[in-house]
Structure formats: C-alpha cells, structure tokens
Design a protein around this ligand. Structure first.
Ligand SMILES: Cc1ncc(CO)c(N)n1
Length: 236
C-alpha cells in the first residue's frame, strides 16, 4: 500500500517495530490475501481437488528450480559463515526431502514427464522467475533475502496454524503443510527475518526502496500464484 511511509517514519509511528514488519505492511493487501487464500485454507483442511493440486505443483516445481538458484546466490553474498549456515541447511532440505515430495506427489497424481520437466509457465510462475533472476543478479545480500523472506514467511503464516490439525490424507496436502509448519521451518523463517532486519537497517533510502519493491512484488506474485492454481487455461 502506497500510504505506508519509508522505514524511518514507520519506525517513529510504530516504536519497537522491526523492518520486516514495515515490509509486510507495505505488501498489503496482497500479503493477507495470499495467507488467507482458498488454496492455503483447503490445503490445511486436506481438501484441495486433485486437478488444482496437479496444476499448482507443476508450476511450483518450476518455482523451486529458480528458488534454489536464488538461495545459492544468497549463500554467495552473505557476509560470513554464521549467516551462510542456516541458508545452506535449508538448501539441503530443498534439494532432498522437498524435491522428493514433488516426485512422490507427481507419481501419486499421475503427472506426465513433460509437465514435470518443462511445462508452459503461468504468468505468476514467469513473474517469479524474472523476480528471482533480478534479485540473484544483485550483489546486495538484502535483495535476495527480501524475495526468500516473502516466500518462506507467507508459507509459514498460512501453514503454521494447521500444524496440529491437518488431516493425514491426502499426503500431498498433509506433507505440504508439514514442510512449512515444522518447528525447524519456523526457526528458519525467524532467522531469515532477523537477517533481513539487520541488512535493511544498514541500507540507505535507495537501498530500502529497492528491497521494498522486491518484497512487495514477491507478495503480489504469491497471491497470483495461488490464483493460477484455479486457472483452467493452464495444464493439469
Ligand atoms: C510460490 C511459492 N512460494 C513459496 C513457496 C515456499 O517455498 C513455494 N514452494 N512456492
């Protein structure tokens, strides 16, 4: 929302607020629309229709490929080893358990080889790919963190309330919740936010404007990405 001022004015109006709270406020109303999206609520309740889940996972597997490259760049631009370690551990999870989740879900849902490897991209998936390439090209660590933070914080926000209540079946809903609701994931997102908070405080006005633009674009795309799971012009 354009009425959210720059960080110094926001902090003056909200004593004790963190920079990531300023960024989230700037990303409304898309932030809340993504966190409260029908897809997210239906996933928590184990009732996403198979066609919708196939369409979503096919596009999201393309998202994961670009995300992996962005995460690698964030590891590269991080200032020191302590900042790199949690990103590296998360890369391990993404490239093992999470990748395997996609393969098992594709098998269970009967997704073809062609759609796993090279599907026609939705506008949202294309937009994410462009955003992630742009953030990865920057040498500024905060630019990668901004996009990573939206992706993981939005997912924690919708999945976390269902940690103890999601039904066990179908597994492609239950495990998608578990990946984004676990205590490990919650602590990873807390660390991502703390890292972005530190980096934003060190930026000048131009740097803050760039981070804010990346962050709000990512939130708009998260919402559109969920919408596209219901777009019947996309393959499923
Ligand atoms: C579009 C999208 N945003 C965030 C995540 C969480 O990693 C995901 N898998 N897909």
């Amino acid at each position: 929302m354009s009425e959210v001022p720059d960080w110094p004015e926001f902090r003056a109006a909200h004593p004790g607020a963190a920079p990531t709270e300023w960024l989230r406020a700037a990303a409304e109303p898309d932030w809340s629309a993504a966190v409260g999206h029908r897809f997210a609520l239906d996933c928590n309740a184990g009732r996403v229709p198979e066609t919708v889940m196939r369409r979503y996972l096919v596009q999201d597997y393309q998202f994961i490929g670009a995300f992996c490259a962005l995460l690698g760049r964030a590891i590269h631009t991080a200032p020191d080893l302590p900042s790199r370690l949690p990103l590296g551990r998360f890369m391990g999870l993404l490239c093992s358990e999470e990748n395997t989740f996609f393969v098992r879900a594709f098998d269970a849902l009967g997704v073809s080889e062609a759609l796993r490897r090279d599907p026609p991209l939705s506008d949202a998936a294309r937009g994410f790919r462009a955003l992630m390439v742009e953030a990865a090209e920057s040498a500024v660590h905060a630019d990668q963190l901004a996009v990573l933070c939206v992706a993981e914080w939005v997912y924690l926000s919708w999945a976390r309330p269902a940690r103890a209540t999601r039904p066990p079946q179908p597994f492609w809903c239950a495990e998608w919740v578990d990946l984004h609701a676990s205590p490990y994931f919650e602590s990873f997102v807390r660390g991502l936010r703390a890292a972005l908070d530190r980096e934003v405080i060190a930026l000048d006005a131009a740097g803050r404007a760039r981070v804010r633009a990346l962050f709000t674009r990512a939130a708009t795309l998260e919402r559109a990405f969920f919408d596209s799971a219901y777009d019947e012009t996309l393959p499923a």
